[in-house]
Write a protein that binds this ligand. Structure first.
Ligand code: SF4
Length: 202
């Protein structure tokens, strides 16, 4: 039964979406445990092993989200698409909550989504099926090569998909000028900053 399905959960909390098109909107975040992508600059490496995170039932996850009073739930990780996200998202939607996903696209599509943020990583290829699911593409920029790499992903999107370049937090002073120059040259790109980090939110 879907409500008894469990997921490894690292944390869940209310905050503001700090990145991409929904920046500044309040949301309930569920951070699922497990990631096999292996980004060298990852800021949630404690999330990577699946087995250390307690498993929580869908019923409880939905109740907490509903009780928060927030209208949307962001499912993030880790790499949440390592798990079958069908039971969780079906239950969230039945409860009247909007479902947002943050994924690298390295695992098969699952779940019912109102918004999909596709953020491919160089460390594990994005599966082709995600390009048509994406509502926004968000490329983390660590160095200038990432700006060219971003174009390869953008070329596979459905026309009209939002496109963001996001300086990697620890490299923002180094790459910001290059990112801003690219956005001036190619204004289909928009700037994404991790505003939650600037204001000290999780
Ligand atoms: Fe970290 Fe996300 Fe990369 Fe996984 S995909 S290693 S959680 S940045």
């Amino acid at each position: 039964m879907a409500s008894s399905t469990t997921y490894p959960v690292m944390e869940r909390f209310p905050t503001l979406q700090g990145e991409g098109a929904w920046t500044g909107h309040a949301a309930w975040f569920i951070r699922l445990g497990g990631c096999d992508v292996g980004c060298s600059w990852c800021d949630v490496k404690e999330c990577w092993p699946v087995e250390v995170h307690p498993r929580v039932a869908v019923k409880e996850l939905v109740k907490e989200a509903k009780d928060s009073g927030l209208p949307r739930v962001v499912v993030t990780g880790g790499e949440p698409a390592m798990h079958d996200l069908g039971p969780l998202t079906e239950a969230l939607k039945e409860a009247g909550l909007a479902t947002h996903l943050e994924t690298s696209g390295a695992h098969p599509v699952s779940g019912l989504w109102d918004w999909v943020t596709l953020s491919p990583k160089k460390f594990k290829p994005c599966r082709d099926e995600w390009y048509k699911e994406a509502d926004e593409l968000k490329v983390v920029v660590v160095n200038s090569h990432d700006l060219e790499w971003a174009e390869g992903h953008a070329s596979q999107l459905v026309p009209g998909t939002a496109q963001f370049l996001q300086p990697e937090w620890d490299r923002r002073d180094v790459v910001m000028e290059k990112v801003l120059t690219r956005i001036q040259e190619a204004p289909q790109w928009r700037l994404s900053l991790q505003i939650h980090k600037f204001i000290g939110l999780p």
